[in-house]
Design a protein around this ligand. Structure first.
Ligand SMILES: C[S@@+](CC[C@H](N)C(=O)[O-])C[C@H]1O[C@@H](n2cnc3c(N)ncnc32)[C@H](O)[C@@H]1O
Length: 247
């Protein structure tokens, strides 16, 4: 209830209908899992092939964490394939046009008002990434900074964070769609046991699942790496559908 001069008290029952509601009113279609795909497993498959199997307007939530070629070229640490760069250099990289194709197919698969959580690095955040989704119905609705609690590389400042862009397929709305309202937009989470060079925070992803899906909903990730999204789905009772080219 609001207090203070000139402020009208909001009746408690009106909270059900406002933007801070904990209810989610989106209708999720019942889908048949396409042949060749398996729920809640680490599938080894190309992400574009995987996405092409999905029916349009069926998936409420997607995560995408591209394997950027751009950052390697731009920052040119000179250690690609050497020392600390061995694991990173060995991963299959995605061109800007491939990333655009992934995002276009993800957008097709999402239900109206469905969400895409897109992991992004400082280079793309500053230099722009709108080309990837300019011909889609996706709008940027939020951004979360992940504080890794640990210092990384950088010639000038040393990197300690990564960024997640929150995109929503039209129609863009929070009311009746986003149902958890205590997630801070700077999130501190240390990776305790590292299984992949680009592993993302499981607790943050699990909280985001609580915000934009219900138990049993299907969550996709077409480039899963360590399958951190699968782990987040297990924590929250969601069904995972995803793959990585390296399995
Ligand atoms: C940045 S990592 C993802 C890390 C993941 N989010 C995690 O938490 O562990 C990107 C992954 O994309 C994979 N990849 C690259 N090209 C791919 C493709 N065409 N299809 C599927 N996966 C691909 C790489 O093998 C790599 O594991």
């Amino acid at each position: 209830m609001r207090t203070g001069k000139n402020r009208k008290a909001i009746p408690t029952n009106s909270l059900i209908a406002n933007v801070f509601s904990h209810k989610r009113n989106l209708k999720i279609p019942n889908i048949k899992i396409p042949s060749g795909l398996k729920l809640n497993q680490r599938m080894k498959m190309g992400g574009l092939k995987f996405l092409k199997k999905l029916k349009p307007n069926t998936i409420p939530v997607a995560f995408f964490d591209p394997q950027y070629r751009g950052i390697l070229d731009k920052l040119n640490y000179g250690n690609e394939g050497k020392q600390r760069g061995v694991k990173r250099g060995a991963l299959k990289q995605m061109t800007e046009s491939t990333i655009g194709k992934f995002i276009t197919l993800i957008e097709k698969a999402l239900i109206p008002s469905g969400h895409l959580f897109l992991w992004i690095d400082k280079f793309h955040l500053c230099s722009g990434f709108h080309e990837w989704f300019k011909s889609t119905q996706l709008d940027i609705v939020d951004m979360i900074t992940w504080d890794k609690g640990k210092i990384g590389m950088g010639y000038r400042s040393r990197r300690r964070s990564e960024y997640m862009i929150v995109l929503q397929k039209q129609p863009r709305k929070a009311k009746g769609v986003w149902k958890i309202h205590n997630i801070p937009d700077v999130w501190l989470e240390k990776i305790i046991k590292k299984n992949h060079t680009h592993q993302k925070p499981i607790e943050l992803q699990a909280n985001l699942l609580s915000a934009v899906s219900n138990e049993g909903d299907i969550v996709i990730d077409p480039a899963s790496g360590s399958f951190s999204v699968l782990e987040a789905c297990k924590l929250r009772g969601r069904n995972f559908l995803g793959c990585d080219i390296n399995g």
